[in-house]
Design a protein around this ligand. Structure first.
Ligand SMILES: NC(=O)C1=CN([C@@H]2O[C@H](COP(=O)(O)OP(=O)(O)OC[C@H]3O[C@@H](n4cnc5c(N)ncnc54)[C@H](OP(=O)(O)O)[C@@H]3O)[C@@H](O)[C@H]2O)C=CC1
Ligand SMILES: Nc1nc(=O)c2c([nH]1)NC[C@@H]1CN(c3ccc(C(=O)N[C@@H](CCC(=O)O)C(=O)O)cc3)C=[N+]21
Length: 287
């Protein structure tokens, strides 16, 4: 029997509706959530995301501004720009859009974001909270994947959770979130691939989360029958968007699988906006 297709939109819509209500409540208390996205230079994938941010922020009553800086902006200028946003009491959340031009060291700038405004969870403080099992502002795509897994009703205790990809923004926090629920977590990365061991780890997975950016990396026949498969990859192949999992074959073995597009990616913006509200509350506590 082919897998159940787990779409992201129903859960994303639920999160957005809850967030919209919370925005209303905050406004009644005189708090106006305000998201600022900072884009340096131009990038098509980033433009898609910021368009999505604007549209959704408007629907939810969250104030939104995209600040577009020239590609020649220096690292020092960008840090100054971020620090000014940190010091602006009207700004609740800051997202620094990726990629940055090659002359800028992303981490050097991300780590300057005030942690109470760090709605992508890219600062050491917020990543630390995730690793201590006390997430507050956690990376949006990782949280989205985790909440999709939870939405299936699975009890993660003792389950084999395999995460492929170990980036700071997706793979690593996704692994930590599942570890916090007592999943037995394995993280596969380029070292695993070099050792030729990815297939054997994938074959054990009750829950498989893939965030690499290589189309068809995960073969359908590796997947354990009945597994939950969350495909985070976004790749353009012949003008079509596909994930990292060989979907047509995987769907015959998995129990539940997310489509690309329409799966995990759909959650990212919803979680980002929920984080803006959380950030506004965090700042209000401190005033
Ligand atoms: N839906 C959404 O909102 C989002 C989707 N994405 C998509 O998710 C994917 C991953 O994104 P992101 O984490 O930012 O990407 P990165 O490029 O930062 O990370 C990719 C990770 O995969 C690892 N890797 C590379 N090759 C292999 C391999 N053959 N086997 C196993 N692991 C490998 C890399 O390891 P190493 O660094 O050691 O080489 C790295 O940890 C992309 O397709 C991206 O477009 C990303 C963000 C948001
Ligand atoms: N600092 C930073 N953080 C990011 O998370 C980040 C970024 N920069 N730069 C650009 C990429 C791209 N990105 C996407 C977000 C949502 C969808 C998304 O909503 N996708 C849906 C909808 C697709 C559609 O409607 O066609 C899907 O895949 O199903 C896709 C891609 C986040 N990125």
């Amino acid at each position: 029997m082919p897998a159940q297709i787990l779409k992201g939109k129903p859960l994303a819509d639920k999160i957005k509706e809850q967030t919209r209500k919370e925005v209303e409540e905050l406004k009644q208390k005189g708090i106006e959530p305000f998201l600022v996205a900072v884009q340096v230079g131009e990038n098509a994938a980033s433009k898609f995301y910021t368009d999505n941010q604007r549209k959704n922020a408007e629907q939810l009553g969250i104030k939104y501004e995209l600040r577009e800086l020239p590609a020649e902006t220096t690292q020092e200028e960008l840090i100054k720009y971020i620090e000014d946003l940190n010091n602006d009491d009207k700004v609740s959340g800051i997202i620094l859009q990726m990629p940055l031009p090659p002359h800028i060291e992303a981490r050097e700038v991300q780590w300057k974001i005030a942690f109470e405004k760090d709605i992508e969870g890219v600062t050491p403080h917020n990543m630390g909270l995730v690793s201590f099992g006390k997430p507050r502002l956690a990376p949006c795509t990782a949280v989205g994947a985790y909440e999709l897994v939870k939405s299936t009703g699975i009890d993660l205790t003792g389950k084999e959770v395999v995460v492929v990809g170990h980036s700071d923004i997706v793979g690593k926090p996704a692994a930590l979130l599942h570890l916090n629920d007592l999943g037995t977590v394995t993280v596969c990365h380029i070292g695993t691939a070099k050792a030729g061991k990815t297939p054997e780890h994938v074959a054990r997975a009750d829950v498989l989360i893939v965030a690499v950016g290589v189309p068809g990396l995960i073969k359908g026949e590796w997947i354990k029958p009945g597994a939950i498969v969350i495909d985070i990859g976004i790749n353009e192949v012949d003008g079509k968007i596909v994930g990292d999992v060989e979907f047509d074959k995987a769907v015959e073995r998995a129990g539940i699988i997310t489509p690309v597009p329409g799966g995990a990616g759909t959650m990212t913006t919803a979680i980002l906006l929920r984080n803006v509200v959380e950030a506004a509350k965090w700042q209000a506590e401190k005033r």
